[in-house]
Ligand binder design. Sequence first.
Ligand SMILES: C[S@@+](CC[C@H](N)C(=O)[O-])C[C@H]1O[C@@H](n2cnc3c(N)ncnc32)[C@H](O)[C@@H]1O
Length: 389
Amino acid sequence: MQTPFSNSADANAQFIYLTCQRGAEPALKKEMAKRRPDFRFSFSRPGFLTFKLPEPESLEKRLALDAAALRTIFARSCVHSLGRVAGKDAVDEAGNFDLNRAVRRVWELVALEFEPDKSPKLARIHVYGRDRFPASAKGFEPGLTNYAYDVHRALCEAAPENVKASFGPNADRLDAPGRPGEICLDVVAVEDDEFYLGFHRVSDAHSRYPGGLFPLELPTDAASRAFLKFEEGLRWADFPIGIGARCVDIGAAPGGGSQALLARGAEVLGVDPAEIDPRVLANPNFTHLQGKISQFKRKLFRKSRWFLADMNVAPKYTLDVLEELVAREDIAARGLLFTLKILDWKLADSVPEYLSRVKSWGFNHVKARQLQFNKQEIMVAALKKPFYR
Ligand SMILES: C[S@@+](CC[C@H](N)C(=O)[O-])C[C@H]1O[C@@H](n2cnc3c(N)ncnc32)[C@H](O)[C@@H]1O
């Protein structure tokens, strides 16, 4: 198999590695072709893509080009290449994969780029794999595997002393968030016996966690798994939603997204013709408006400031509904957080148009991302600047 490191003429070439939801590779490839036509697609496996940089860059320049700078919707993580550990570098005399050997080789390769007594220094290690299944697979949630924890432990134990000395707080915990500015060594276990090594600097919310994977689990009292995508979405959007924030949740049933808001002390109007989970209804800060959004008079929403939407409808319908509500001045919306279903991948091409439409309603911070807990859909966050923290 051709990999970024199998062509010796390319020995000095530099690459970026991107991970994404399994199935989103063509959409991510298209995005990269538009955003960075100078980066040449190199190779991919489901959930993992590599691109060659047009020419070798300094460490500082590479650190500055992170997932946030690329501004792609479908990339979950973006790291710069350090090399690959597989095959003869990772087997024992009998030819079997040997984690200790692989780990030793990792540190040899790292030492070539991160010299012991020079800056910048590594503050933590991120280990993660590719998604093992497509997002549609029943019961599958992307996240850190036990194997990732094992590899992380082995890497921490075998780290050279001078590297250990530069580790940040809680670097021995794989799920501990990195701090802004910290540099992480990335070990992407593309297969259990094939590691792609890279590095990145912590910048946005997702880059704090290995592979952009939030260590979130579905609470036992969650009304639906949609809790996870809205919990992730609220952390990513970083909206100042706290006690008493007035929110509308359109397409609220059975209520997982509303629970993420209620947990922050918000007051929620949940709009949906379907039934709401009794545990959500029992919260005094939740009111169910039972019916389709079009059935309710806009004056009901005049005091609302934050609008969530998660309807199982085409993107155009979601956008029409939101425009009708928030594009006029009588409703002073501060922020929107909503899903757009990309049930046909061709719709991914229209996302820039959708985002321009949201901007035209007066939201000057608009971003979109396929979240870890999004299935075949994306999340859009929009904020009005005068309120930006
Ligand atoms: C994916 S579910 C929402 C899950 C929910 N956000 C949660 O956190 O549990 C989609 C919901 O959209 C609702 N829906 C579809 N069209 C709607 C409309 N026009 N107005 C309000 N709700 C709508 C459906 O009834 C359905 O309950």
